[in-house]
Unconditional design. Sequence first.
Length: 121
Amino acid sequence: MKSETRTGLVVWLALLGLLGLTLASSYVPMDGFNAPVNIGIAAAKAALVGVFFMRLRYSGATVRLALLTAALMVAVMMGLSFADILTRGRAAAPPRPDASAGYGSSLLPGGCVSCRSTRWC
């Protein structure tokens, strides 16, 4: 087997392994760490595809500079998104409708119009 073919096969198997790892991580409750772990796995897959299948390791300086600029922009956008999410306050639950607030027309004496229960649906 040629060296290129063997390298491509190894990279393909690594990508399949990372795909399996992504699938397995969706079934493991890691609280808030599922998203960062999956983003790291996706970054590893993107690096493998870029380096081996797109042959970025043999490309010129201009292509590498463009790749670095794009990666930097993605990192900045992700950082700003995470900063936005982390600085938000908890949203309060909307108030439940009250029969005295003008919503009583949908409640019949027997209960809700759709299911006939004595509670709000």
